[in-house]
Design a protein around this ligand. Structure first.
Ligand code: NAG
Ligand code: NAG
Ligand code: NAG
Ligand code: NAG
Ligand code: NAG
Ligand code: NAG
Ligand code: NAG
Length: 438
């Protein structure tokens, strides 16, 4: 065990030098990068586009905030003159944290080579994982000055994993893999930061729109949205935690989770504090409990006792405003008539929910992120019951993230969050995707 750990650390150190020169031929060094994101209205997944291969092909990938790396189907017509499988024992294998060595018994080609190392690509929507070859190929992404996309830049040896076609089952129509933004050395944030020597920071700004593109930025701010609002200037910060036990569908023992955890200390509805069982809010030694952020859960999922306290107190305060509870509409159990609910710039006028986070900061959830309109007359509280002993007590999901910018700083383990941008007269779909001439 001890020798294998030393070997890995040494290889990682060497690798940091190997990865960087892959872009050395380019004299232009971007300050940051931007990729577009759209919500798939059928699956409620968030989908991005990244160009890969030689010649470049646009890949449609489901965004997986806690995913370990980029994986794509190499079985269906992968054609590229720059595809390179990772040979066993190579620096790329160490970077990918892969000590397995694989052979393949189908015709050779991308995803099927002998003496290559493998990882476990994970479809986190269906919780299915399988083994796949580690490889590198060209990836191209647009640079940005924070206000518009700029010229495209390429990473010539971007590390990813090949997956069989069946792993795509359950993903948005046309998606050919997942873009893992997790906390690993081959997650997109770390690879892009090291390729272009910028801080290991990225920001996610999701939108409910399936027409107007929302954004993910890699690198530091500004993150400017029309009409000229730099959201990076007004974030509140809390600590990011590492769950010591992997939350992937398949993993080796001792592997930490690549997902992003934060610490909720308490939850308020207006100024009433919910009497939560505090031990659910900590990550225990088995990796259970705590709070994470996820883009593959369409709505926030709460452990059942937390869910009940939230629903009951919300219903009580709604009743005090003459808002009537009506029959449940799955997957929600707490629904209301729209009668007596006024509209405001930050969504339906309902009691606000506050997640009080480590660092004495509160994430404010207004009607725009708490109420899901399920029909003309019915609004439901957009939190679902996760049962009595889920792996993670609070999973903050996509609906609660929409029109909120969240910035992940891997170097300082810090999460910046904006709460709703609607109160600041902008939205996550307000990035100006018209290229600037520079
Ligand atoms: C890998 O090696 C095995 C055994 O030598 C051979 O049968 C197989 O065809 C090889 N696979 C590829 C993809 O070259
Ligand atoms: C939460 O409730 C407590 C107790 O009433 C109050 O002191 C605190 O200000 C509330 N927090 C927020 C963010 O409203
Ligand atoms: C609080 O949660 C912990 C962890 O799930 C559990 O062991 C304990 O029984 C709970 N306490 C109460 C009072 O429900
Ligand atoms: C709720 O309805 C009752 C009866 O119609 C009315 O007296 C009261 O003022 C209403 N309360 C609010 C907060 O609108
Ligand atoms: C937490 O923040 C509130 C308002 O920002 C402030 O009044 C309070 O003193 C702070 N508490 C601590 C312990 O820093
Ligand atoms: C880069 O930006 C240009 C101009 O907005 C756009 O046409 C192109 O699709 C973008 N490329 C990618 C990969 O998003
Ligand atoms: C978007 O950016 C382009 C290029 O800089 C600029 O010409 C255009 O006016 C911007 N659009 C808006 C609405 O500001």
């Amino acid at each position: 065990m001890a020798t294998s750990v030393r070997y890995l650390l040494l290889s990682v150190f060497v690798m940091a030098v190997v990865v960087v020169p892959s872009t050395a031929a380019q004299s232009f060094r971007p300050k940051a990068l931007v990729i577009p994101v759209l919500k798939d209205s059928k699956t409620l997944q968030y989908v991005t586009h990244i160009n890969q291969r030689t010649p470049l092909v646009p890949l449609k990938l489901v965004v997986d905030l806690g995913g370990q790396f980029l994986w794509t189907d190499c079985e269906s017509g992968y054609v590229s003159s720059t595809y390179r499988p990772a040979r066993c024992g190579s620096a790329i294998c160490s970077l990918a944290n892969s000590d397995g060595c694989g052979n393949c018994f189908s015709p050779p080609g991308p995803g099927c080579n002998n003496n290559t190392c493998g990882v476990l690509p994970d479809n986190s929507v269906t919780h299915t994982a399988t083994s796949g070859e580690v490889a590198t190929d060209v990836v191209s992404v647009n640079s940005t000055d924070g206000s518009n996309p700029g010229r495209p830049v390429t990473v010539s040896r971007f590390v990813f994993a090949c997956a069989p076609q069946f792993l795509l089952k359950g993903l948005a129509s046309g998606a050919t893999g997942m873009a893992g933004l997790g906390r690993t050395r081959i997650g997109l944030p770390s690879q892009l930061a090291s390729a272009f020597s910028f801080n290991r920071k990225f920001a996610l700004c999701l939108s409910a729109s399936s027409t107007f593109e929302a954004t993910i930025f890699f690198g530091p701010g500004p993150y400017t949205f029309l009409p000229g609002i730099d959201v990076s200037q007004s974030l509140a910060y809390t600590r990011l935690y590492v769950n010591p036990v992997s939350t992937a569908s398949a993993f080796s023992s001792g592997e930490p989770s690549a997902e992003y955890f934060i610490k909720v200390n308490s939850i308020n509805i207006t100024d009433t504090v919910l009497p939560l069982n505090k031990s659910l809010l900590n990550i225990d030694s088995g990796g259970y409990g705590g709070t994470k952020i996820s883009t593959v859960n369409p709505y926030t999922v709460l452990e059942s006792s937390i869910h009940k306290l939230l629903s009951d107190e919300f219903t009580r305060q709604a009743a005090a405003r003459n808002i009537t509870r009506v029959a449940a509409v799955a997957p929600f159990d707490t629904c209301f008539s729209t009668q007596n609910v006024l509209g405001t710039s930050v969504g339906a006028s309902v009691p606000w929910i506050y997640l009080n986070l480590e660092g004495n900061v509160s994430w404010t959830i207004t009607g725009s992120n708490s109420m899901v309109q399920v029909s003309d007359n019915v609004l439901c509280l957009g939190f679902v019951n996760g049962g009595s002993s889920p792996r993670t007590s609070i999973v903050i999901g996509g609906f609660q993230l929409e029109d909120n910018l969240v910035q992940f700083d891997l170097a300082t383990s810090r999460l910046g969050f904006s709460s709703t941008l609607l109160g600041r007269q902008t939205t996550c779909a307000n990035f100006n995707f018209t290229a600037s001439v520079s």
